[in-house]
Design a protein around this ligand. Structure first.
Ligand code: ADP
Ligand code: ADP
Length: 234
């Protein structure tokens, strides 16, 4: 049984009485430790799909299961607890501009139940992990794109999630910074054994670090499997 499963997931949005089906019978299987890429053009349904994985969107039908938990059945309170097991990073980093690097990471630990001292230790460990200790007291506006994304990664990992979801995480970065962030994610995957699911419209990203890939078009998964076999099809 796979670590993350989407089973016959459909998602429709409703405009007045008209249903727009954005995900159509999506079946996805991600194993523990995978770096799983989901690639498709703009409008294909990638963001909706990843929002279904972390429970932000309710499903129209089907099931999402992560590590034996049926995400789609969780209630509001359970869902908040569950979200702590899922880290997420974004194209636009989504850092709080009025808070320092330290403060941004601290936010993720607000409801962690850790003592003040343990929070401080955890934050210092995270700063070390993403190699950004010297920027501890800087504000996001004082950071480069790559540094911002590393802070966002630290924040996403604060509560030791089982999964890291990446939403076009390198699309706002120049090619060289993209390479270094991708390499960094690959190292994290190896070092922490964390499962990574990333959505992207860039083939290069998938080829650089993913071991598995799914191709999505107009809400339909056309193909999925090992990167090597999917991309070597004639
Ligand atoms: P992608 O991430 O691949 O660009 P999205 O998941 O953002 O694709 O969008 C897929 C389709 O769903 C698009 O046609 C988009 O307009 C539509 N869509 C996304 N979110 C909503 C929403 N909240 N209400 C209505 N339509 C939506
Ligand atoms: P603000 O309170 O203005 O939002 P920050 O976002 O910078 O300030 O910090 C959020 C939390 O982290 C606060 O409780 C603050 O005391 C603490 N904090 C900020 N920087 C450090 C630091 N270098 N060492 C220890 N705690 C810090």
């Amino acid at each position: 049984e796979s670590f993350i499963q989407m089973k016959q997931v459909t998602k429709s949005f409703y405009k007045d009485t008209i249903a727009i089906e954005v995900l159509k019978d999506v079946n996805l299987e991600v194993d523990k430790g995978d770096i799983f890429g989901i690639i498709g053009y703009s409008g294909a349904g990638k963001s909706t799909l990843i929002r279904c994985i972390n429970g932000i969107e309710s499903l129209t039908s089907g099931e999402v299961i992560i590590d034996k938990q049926i995400v789609s059945n969780l209630t509001g309170k359970e869902l908040r607890g569950f979200r702590r097991q899922v880290g997420m990073i974004f194209q636009q980093f989504n850092l709080m501009p009025s808070r320092t690097v330290y403060g941004n990471i601290a936010l993720a630990l607000r409801n962690s139940g850790l003592s003040k001292q343990h929070k401080e230790e955890r934050i210092m460990d995270l700063l070390e992990l993403v190699d950004i200790r010297d920027k501890r007291d800087a504000y996001p506006s004082q950071l480069s794109g790559g540094q911002k994304q590393r802070v966002a990664i630290a924040r996403a990992l604060a509560n030791h999630p089982k999964v890291l979801l990446c939403d076009e995480a390198t699309s706002a970065l120049d090619p060289q910074t993209t390479k270094s962030i991708l390499q960094f994610l690959k190292d994290l995957n190896r070092k922490l054994g964390i499962t990574i699911v990333m959505i992207t419209h860039e083939m290069g990203v998938v080829k650089e670090i993913c071991n598995k890939v799914a191709i999505i078009d107009q809400g339909v998964i056309l193909e999925q499997g090992d990167v090597f076999s999917v991309f070597s099809n004639p």
